[in-house]
Design a protein around this ligand. Structure first.
Ligand code: FES
Length: 575
């Protein structure tokens, strides 16, 4: 044990007999520490994405105290390190622009401070992947503490789901079937507690994926934020953080290729958010594993959707999922498809599933009665998406699995807003709505604009789904026949930039194709005449992002943050 302790990072700050270490010790004493706090204890960083402006994380102030409680119980010394909160509902233009910002912040918070390991506190959409991306690059022991789903929303006896019911009732309001007063009541009932969105949006998807990858105490991602079990999870997470440090288990020992594939399988069995495709690829590449869109698609053919949770499922929310057995229950039903892998809890993933049970076969379906039999996420390619695009066939009108229609083209979001409800817009239910300049560079930040609104005149005719194409993402709580993440994006000259009004576009989900029915000669002429849109930023972080962000098929990380970009960053020198 004594030798292990000598290798802890924090020792380099505190145990040397030189001027710098004197400064560290004297200033630690200024904060009320004494020798006992650093001589025999590992120092555990708690990277906390709490903020008053992040309603999904407002309980993190209290939960951080519970994490500290657990760290102290196990003989560690907690140090809380605040990080940017990335509130999905407030950050403009989109939190995705700042995912890499939080990833960089996490990596550098760890590297520059005397911490031997970390607890990562996140949940709201981008925070999960960002914290883990940073921790992977820093390479220390790490355990994730998820914010947990909020309780279900309610309106006049109906259950409301985050996001999904916002889009649903917004369409009804535009169609004139609900009143302004109804809409105001929904506003007050759709988000009733702290915690992340309780549909199978990006937060539920990614925290479940991190759980299946072994980075959360197994099953912890399903615990509702206000449940007392969530407080106990916080304490247990703190205790295990100390255990991981003492056992010398780094995050890279957990985040293996098998673990990443298990994360993908969990996403698929959950009918999870399309955003997971981008995040899982980025995480994989940070961990040195080149997860590709093709591998995602291949895995999707084997894994059925068993979680009947909206928006892929028709009825239930995360509260029902938790009560039905949660992620452990779900994974127990696909155990034969999983690879065994270590977890932060000390048991392997499969050992952690022992004793799991399912309380409701309607919420967590058996294999012979899936919500979607296969391909909950499909990867399309073709002359319109040479590097790929994704669609969620389980959460759309099934007639769009094979469809051809004329394009209605919007050059950017403002152009779409100006035209979409124009009574003279030449559009029918068979048209294909195309939005461009909404990708990683063009958005900027690849906003969640991919669920383009249905034109008002079609809504009034009862149309509720159309084929829609973009280089944007869409919220995990969204649904519909939306082809997303088209790569390369239009702003860097991808073929989406060449589509003209009235061009015929074909999709065939079974064949995995997306085709612009225009011959190559005509496209070459259009390509020669194309000019790139002006940049959004002339300086600052946005400028940096536009220079270095990769395309959706590569995970939208910054090229210089990927593991393969350059040599390992050295630990800080002792001075
Ligand atoms: Fe935070 Fe949905 S807004 S998870």
């Amino acid at each position: 044990m004594a030798d292990d302790r000598k290798s802890w990072r924090s020792r380099r700050w505190f145990t040397a007999e030189d001027l710098r270490a004197f400064g560290h010790r004297s200033r630690a004493k200024q904060a009320g520490w004494d020798e006992d706090d650093w001589e025999s204890r590992p120092i555990v960083g708690i990277i906390n994405t709490w903020s008053d402006i992040n309603p999904c994380h407002v309980h993190f102030r209290a939960r951080a105290e519970s994490v500290k409680h657990g760290i102290l119980q196990a003989g560690g010394m907690p140090v809380e390190l605040p990080a940017v909160s990335l509130a999905e509902t407030f950050v403009k233009p989109t939190t995705m622009l700042y995912r890499n910002f939080l990833a960089m912040e996490t990596e550098e918070l760890i590297r520059k401070h005397p911490v031997d390991g970390v607890v990562l506190m996140g949940g709201c959409d981008k925070t999960g992947p960002a914290l883990v991306m940073g921790a992977v690059s820093a390479g220390v022991p790490a355990i994730f503490f998820p914010s947990g789903p909020m309780i279900h929303g309610t309106w006049r006896g109906a259950r409301l789901g985050s996001g999904s019911d916002t889009w649903k009732y917004w369409a009804e309001k535009r169609a004139g079937t609900i009143t302004d007063a109804d809409w105001a009541e929904i506003e007050g009932g759709i988000a009733r507690s702290f915690g992340h969105c309780m549909t199978m949006g990006t937060a539920s998807t990614m925290t479940s994926a991190l759980d299946a990858m072994g980075l959360i105490l197994t099953g912890g991602s399903s615990i509702l934020a206000p449940d007392s079990a969530h407080v106990r999870l916080a304490k247990a997470t703190g205790r295990r953080a100390v255990g991981l440090i003492e056992e010398g288990v780094a995050i890279g020992d957990i985040l293996t290729p098998a673990a990443i594939r298990n994360g993908v399988r969990a996403v698929l069995a959950l009918g999870g958010s399309t955003n997971a495709v981008v995040h899982m690829i980025a995480l994989g590449r940070r961990a040195g594993y080149d997860l590709t869109l093709a591998e995602f698609d291949a895995l999707s053919r084997d894994v059925p959707v068993l979680a009947n949770i909206r928006p892929t499922g028709s009825t239930y929310l995360m509260e029902d999922f938790f009560e039905a057995g949660g992620l452990r229950g779900l994974l127990s039903r696909i155990e034969d498809l999983l690879e065994d892998a270590p977890t932060v809890g000390g048991l392997t993933l499969k050992a952690g599933l022992e004793g799991a049970h399912v309380q409701s076969d309607d919420v967590i379906r058996p294999r012979d009665n899936p919500v979607v039999a296969d391909s909950s996420l499909a990867v399309l390619t073709g002359n319109l998406a040479p590097n790929g695009a994704v669609i969620k066939p389980g959460a759309m009108d099934q007639r769009f699995r094979k469809h051809t229609g004329p394009a209605v083209v919007f050059d950017d979001y403002d152009h779409m807003e100006r035209r979409i409800d124009d009574p003279d817009l030449a559009v029918t239910a068979d048209s294909v709505l195309v939005l461009r300049n909404a990708g990683p560079v063009g958005g900027p930040g690849m906003p969640e604009w991919g669920m383009l609104p249905i034109p008002k005149k079609l809504l009034q005719q009862g149309v509720r789904d159309m084929l829609r194409l973009s280089d944007a993402r869409m919220s995990g709580t969204s649904y519909g026949a939306c082809v997303l993440h088209i790569a390369p994006e239009s702003a860097v000259g991808g073929p989406l930039a060449l589509v003209e009004e009235g061009d015929m576009i074909s999709i065939d989900v079974a064949a995995r194709t997306l085709t612009l029915e225009v011959n190559e000669e005509v496209l070459a002429t259009r390509r020669a005449a194309w000019t790139a849109p002006p940049p959004h930023y002339g300086r600052g972080y946005g400028w940096l992002a536009a220079k270095h962000i990769t395309q959706a098929d590569a995970g939208c990380d910054f090229d210089f943050l990927e593991t393969g970009f350059g040599p390992k960053v050295p630990e800080p020198a002792i001075h």
